[in-house]
Design a protein around this ligand. Structure first.
Ligand code: SAH
Ligand code: SF4
Length: 421
């Protein structure tokens, strides 16, 4: 149960050193520096070209920035000292987003305020990113391979109840990073805390991918050895910042070495975005989750005004264009709001709706996470279980997302870039 007072508990807030690592020079008197971070191999080749260097040096830059995760040009030891100096003198910096604050939950989840500077902006702005050492089980049953993973920093706080309510132990234990795509959000879903911010701005490619690198670095994740899942389910609507979202995915796949099959993007149902997404080459396409959240258009448009523009049918039609991988399923996310969307009649309606789509699909149930100023209530545990049992009884693969980090406002829909809630 959420207690806003807990969020302000200083023991949960881990203050980080304000100094930049290795004395990184953020900007000089000539104004803001240009970040290398976020540029793809081609753009890095062009940077080298401008300095009169051969384009193959892009490989050294990519390796240093995206694989070794250097935070400062001075650390790129594969380049000569004079070339490093030349890069800095030309106004470049690594410019990777940095973790400015950490909130730790009793369940091992960490919520970060990641410092970004918009292009040319002088003031740092923060965006939220979440690390769940064992994930939240949202990825179960959607086609992710289920070989026994290495658990990353798991705190060992599993409850029996969750173990018995969800499938297999071997399928759990997978670290997940929840990534933001915008500062705030314009979609205005009535149950979501992020909506309260409105849309402040889109994040750039570097700011989206940089959240991932900053967390991989903090958690000492070795890509290729350790399993990690990404969910684009933080602040914002990824399909309303489509190009930068896709640019970040490409960078994370190509240069960082992460698999798109371990990435899931969630959308509130932006039809043109889903249509573009269906055209993406499969080697750069994450899995898709649709925030359904209601059993029919009538209820959905009350909760999600976007439904007036794109109703359930138009969203489903767009999703049908996706060429699913073998065993891949589309996820329908469904937030259970006490008394509003959690009744058995709703469960039966959802089962019929999902079956009618004809899609290889599964449902992820999320018990609503409360937030200040939002007048809904959490569903009763009995209602959640009955809802789940009904869907399963109707033959729909259904999973319950574990609430992670509620005590630090890290759970779904609780991200609002706040220290005290
Ligand atoms: N904007 C995208 C992705 C971010 S929201 C989207 O809406 O899909 C990620 C998920 O959190 C969505 O499924 C959304 O319905 C859910 N969510 C939002 N607020 C919530 C809350 N207060 N409690 C539980 N889930 C919430
Ligand atoms: Fe935006 Fe998603 Fe929140 Fe809706 S649920 S307001 S789309 S972040």
């Amino acid at each position: 149960m959420l207690d806003p007072a807990v969020t302000g508990n200083p023991s949960q807030l881990v203050q980080l050193d304000a100094d930049k690592p290795n004395g990184e020079v953020r900007r000089d008197s000539g104004g803001p520096r240009q970040p290398l971070f976020g540029l793809d191999a081609e753009a890095l080749a062009a940077v080298m070209g401008e300095l009169g260097e051969p384009s193959w040096r892009r490989t050294q830059l990519c390796e240093a920035i995206y694989r070794q995760r250097v935070a400062d040009i001075s650390e790129i030891t594969t380049l000569s000292k004079s070339l490093r100096r030349k890069l800095a003198e030309a106004g470049w910096e690594v410019g990777r987003p940095q973790i400015a604050q950490v909130f730790k939950s009793v369940d091992g989840t960490e919520r970060y305020l990641v410092e970004c500077r918009g292009a040319g902006a002088l003031d740092a702005e923060t965006v939220e990113t979440v690390w769940m050492p064992e994930g939240d089980e949202g990825e179960l049953g959607d086609g992710t391979d289920s070989a026994s993973p290495k658990t990353l920093g798991a705190p060992g706080l599993d409850s029996e109840a969750w173990e018995t309510s969800n499938p297999s132990r071997a399928e759990r234990s997978r670290a997940t990073i929840c990534v933001s795509s915008q500062v705030g959000c314009a979609v205005n879903c009535q149950f979501c805390l992020t909506a309260k911010l409105g849309l402040q701005r889109n994040l750039s490619v570097g700011e989206i991918a940089g959240q991932v690198i900053a967390v991989l670095d903090r958690q000492n994740v070795e890509v290729g050895r350790d399993r990690v899942n990404l969910v684009f389910m933080g602040m914002g609507e990824p399909f309303l910042n489509y190009d930068n979202f896709v640019g970040a995915v490409r960078l994370l796949v190509r240069e960082v070495g992460l698999s798109p099959q371990r990435m899931t993007v969630s959308t509130s149902g932006i039809v043109p975005g889903i249509e573009r997404f269906a055209q993406e080459p499969v080697e750069f396409r994450p899995k898709l989750a649709i925030s359904l959240n209601a059993p029919n258009d009538e209820i959905r448009q009350q909760l999600m005004p976007i439904n007036r523009k794109w109703n359930i049918e138009s969203v489903v039609d767009a999703v049908r264009r996706l060429k699913l991988r073998p065993r891949e399923r589309v996820t329908f996310e469904y937030v259970l709001l006490g008394g509003v969307t959690d009744q058995l009649v709703h469960a039966n309606e959802v089962a019929r709706l999902v079956r009618r789509t004809g899609l290889a699909a599964k449902v992820n149930l999320i018990a609503w996470n409360p937030g200040p100023g939002i007048a809904y209530s959490m569903p009763q545990p009995g209602a959640v279980e009955a809802f789940r049992a009904t869907l399963i009884g109707e033959g729909i693969p259904t999973y319950l997302r574990r609430p992670r980090g509620r005590d630090i406002y890290a759970a779904c829909g609780q991200l609002k870039r706040t220290v005290d809630g």
